[in-house]
Design a protein around this ligand. Structure first.
Ligand code: AHM
Ligand code: MG
Length: 350
């Protein structure tokens, strides 16, 4: 058979990133990014293996107990945090790490270019009931000079400066979905080979967007703008919307990306800043959403333009298909202008 008649090989994540045109092209940092992604893949596989055993907790020993080998069992979010940090520290592929699990950032190799921020296991309350969870990550080039210790300002950058962002979804199959600024691409883990193969090239929100995802149990505490949007979802002339809410951001986002829809975690009367974290939940998901043709706002302003002031700051999040996010923003401006938080905190244009 001649070469041209042979099927094109399906690229593996590392091969695809190397061949891809992205923000790092010709900067000389491609190899460093590739080593960083290799560390992320490795940790994802270890966490995946452990999550798949979670239902055996009664047999192997629940968190806080010793398992049959006499090892102390860890909660899975603590385990995931440890594995990701270990993979990044052992390979010395970043200058610093910020995670949801640790109060302050961690210094690593001062001679490298990148910082990574992550939520190592988002939606972890779902593990006990065998529902999908995910890891979210966000990567920036440092602002401080290479060769000096990493600084807080390296982490406190507006989301639009991200070099790469992605998530690992530990679902019915395990997927790594990533952007490096040239579209969103999904890779599915082949468990028999331990390899992530390209399965979803150039993911885009479909034109049809009929799903809304929100914890409607909080309805009474929502701003009027969100209530108005929900009224439209309940009573739409073009046919009803479907409510789908797993309560696991990665899974809800992923489904909406494939099927068209919006995920919302609005402010409530009690939590005016919502629940989700700007740096390692909202920003990476916002970068992915925009790269897939969608939008992400806090109900008023673009998530990626917010200038962060704290590592663990919270932000309301409306994310998904552009026309639905636009509509929520319109209704928030019209009915709930007092909920606007970030007007004075938007980063000046680069
Ligand atoms: P976590 O980081 O403590 O897991 O919280 C984040 C999670 C998201 O994955 C999910 O969308 C949301 O919290 C669900 O919150 P709620 O139970 O209030 O609806
Ligand atoms: Mg989280």
């Amino acid at each position: 058979m001649s070469m041209e008649h042979m099927a094109q090989p399906i690229p593996e994540l590392g091969e695809f990133i190397i061949a891809n045109k992205d923000k790092l092209r010709n900067t000389g940092q491609e190899a460093e990014m590739n080593r960083l992604l290799t560390a992320i893949k490795l940790a994802a596989k270890v966490v995946n293996r452990e999550i798949n055993k979670a239902g055996l907790a009664d047999i192997l020993g629940a968190a806080g107990n010793q398992n049959v080998q006499g090892e102390e069992q860890q909660k899975l979010d603590v385990f995931a945090n440890h594995k990701f940090i270990q993979a990044l520290v052992n390979r010395e592929v970043v200058c610093g790490i910020c995670t949801e699990e640790d109060d302050d950032f961690i210094e690593v190799n001062k001679d490298t270019h990148f910082v990574m921020l992550m939520d190592p296991l988002d939606g972890s309350s779902n593990i006990d009931v065998n529902v999908s969870v995910g890891t979210i990550f966000s990567i920036y080039q440092r602002l401080s000079p290479v060769g000096s210790p990493v600084e807080r300002r390296d982490f406190l950058q507006p989301g639009r400066n991200q070099i790469a962002a992605g998530y690992v979804l530990y679902g019915s199959s395990t997927m790594l979905v990533i952007t490096t600024g040239d579209g969103v691409h999904g890779f599915t883990l082949d468990p028999s080979l331990g390899t992530f193969f390209l399965s979803h090239r150039n993911m885009r929100y479909p034109a049809k967007a009929r799903i809304y995802s929100v914890n409607e149990g909080n309805y009474r505490a929502f701003p009027e703008g969100i209530k108005q949007f929900l009224a439209e979802c309940h009573d739409d002339e073009a046919g009803p919307f479907s409510l789908r809410y797993i309560g696991s951001l990665v899974s809800d986002f992923h489904r909406n990306l494939l099927q068209g829809g919006i995920y919302m975690y609005p402010p409530t009367k009690k939590d005016k800043k919502g629940k989700l974290r700007l740096l390692y939940e909202a920003n990476p998901m916002a970068y992915l959403a925009e790269q897939a043709g969608g939008r992400a706002t806090d109900g008023f302003d673009r998530i990626l333009d917010i200038q962060p002031s704290e590592l663990h700051q919270r932000v309301p999040l409306m994310i998904g298909s552009a026309k639905l996010v636009d509509r929520v923003d319109q209704l928030m401006r019209q009915h709930s202008p007092d909920c606007r938080l970030h007007a004075n905190q938007l980063a000046p244009a680069n």
